[in-house]
Design a protein. Structure first.
Length: 386
């Protein structure tokens, strides 16, 4: 393990104080010292640095318990720290400028071709960021970094996408490409892990000590957030449930195996089956056929719902969370699918000893979750390095 020198310790302390203020503001210097174990002198020095740099402001005072003396409270200055959050998916990309509270100040999107080369996507991101900044009249120098969420397995240390079946990428040095096109420091992570962090800070996971986020859409995946930290596993592949084998006699998967979970409950697999009956182009059209009572559509979606409920049961049995959040293109726009899934979980598919031990809900952040999470992580990395 690397031994920390004085500069490392200083950066670590600054990052810790920044996180405490962000999560508990307004907060006094004494409370920060108590939570971090730092000396009051160290805390005051860091707060003075943040104040000089324009990150924090003093606000109204509160009486100290028992003595009647007042202590000044600290909060972050709005819009003092700005970053870029990016989501790259199979057929689209999104960018947003995110402030220190996780508010999306402005956003844009772009279409991308399935299987599009990473270099092409990187150039699109660079161009869209320029449009976004110029269109908002913002000073680009205020941006401290850029975070990117992608489906698949990511090496967060160097920003390499090790494998993304949805994007068709393997061993892609994405962080370096984006830094070259934007000039910003870049952090890359799995999109569901970033969305889970955003839910913990701003969404449906607030107050939870152990949350599982499930995503059902063009892919399927999960993320476990425990006491505000992502559980990554040995290679940052924890939560890659898409390739759990559900049926050894099942359909071939893109990964080369058979019967993987994603062959039963992702949008591409469902549309592939639907087109055997009718020329269906979108999941929305399949949903409409289900709503109209078409027998074949009912079979497809009801079978998918069964596998989704089984997935909830499996992750609850593995992780024993107090909260489960379901999200994605198959859930967020379709409350009827969410309600049907919850009903199956409550009545049939959750192991009896675990019923009532967790809550299940939809995402509070929906389409902006990955953007918020990636933007906030970019800010965290900035404070760890400065």
């Amino acid at each position: 393990m690397k031994k920390l020198d004085q500069d490392d310790m200083k950066r670590q302390n600054r990052s810790t104080v920044f996180q405490i203020i962000k999560q508990h503001q307004p907060i006094s210097r004494a409370a920060i010292a108590k939570q971090t174990g730092m000396s009051p002198t160290t805390v005051s020095r860091i707060i003075a640095e943040f104040s000089d740099e324009g990150y924090v402001v003093d606000m109204e005072e509160q009486a100290s318990a028992g003595r009647g003396r007042k202590s000044t409270l600290i909060r972050l200055r709005e819009h003092s720290v700005l970053s870029v959050g990016v989501q790259i998916d199979r057929e689209f990309g999104m960018l947003a400028i995110v402030d220190v509270q996780g508010n999306v100040m402005t956003s844009t999107s772009f279409a991308r071709e399935p299987g599009e080369a990473a270099e092409t996507t990187a150039r699109r991101i660079g161009g869209k960021l320029t449009e976004l900044v110029e269109g908002s009249g913002m000073d680009r120098c205020r941006l401290v970094g850029l975070g990117i969420g992608v489906p698949g397995i990511v090496n967060v240390e160097d920003g390499t996408v090790r494998l993304s079946v949805q994007l068709g990428w393997r061993e892609v040095g994405l962080a370096g490409m984006i830094t070259e096109t934007t000039g910003l420091p870049v952090v890359v992570d799995n999109e569901l892990k970033l969305k889970g962090l955003a839910e913990q800070l701003r969404g449906a996971a607030q107050g939870s000590s152990r949350t599982v986020l499930l995503g059902f859409g063009h892919g399927v995946g999960s993320a476990l957030i425990r006491r505000g930290e992502i559980y990554r596993g040995a290679t940052n592949s924890a939560g890659e449930i898409a390739h759990m084998m559900m049926n050894p006699q099942g359909m071939m998967c893109d990964c080369g195996n058979v019967g993987c979970l994603q062959t039963f409950i992702t949008i591409p697999s469902l549309l592939s089956e639907a087109r055997k009956m009718e020329p269906i182009d979108t999941f929305g059209e399949l949903f409409e056929q289900w709503q109209s009572g078409k027998r074949w559509a009912s079979f497809l979606l009801e079978q998918a719902l069964v596998y989704m409920a089984m997935t909830v049961n499996n992750v609850v049995s593995m992780y024993n969370p107090d909260r489960v959040i379901v999200s994605g293109e198959m859930i967020d726009p379709y409350p009827e699918i969410y309600e049907a899934l919850v009903d199956l979980c409550r009545t049939k598919y959750i192991w009896e000893p675990l019923r009532g031990t967790f809550s299940i809900s939809r995402s509070d952040l929906a389409r902006h979750g990955v953007l918020i999470g990636s933007g906030l992580v970019a800010q965290n990395v900035y404070f760890q390095l400065n």
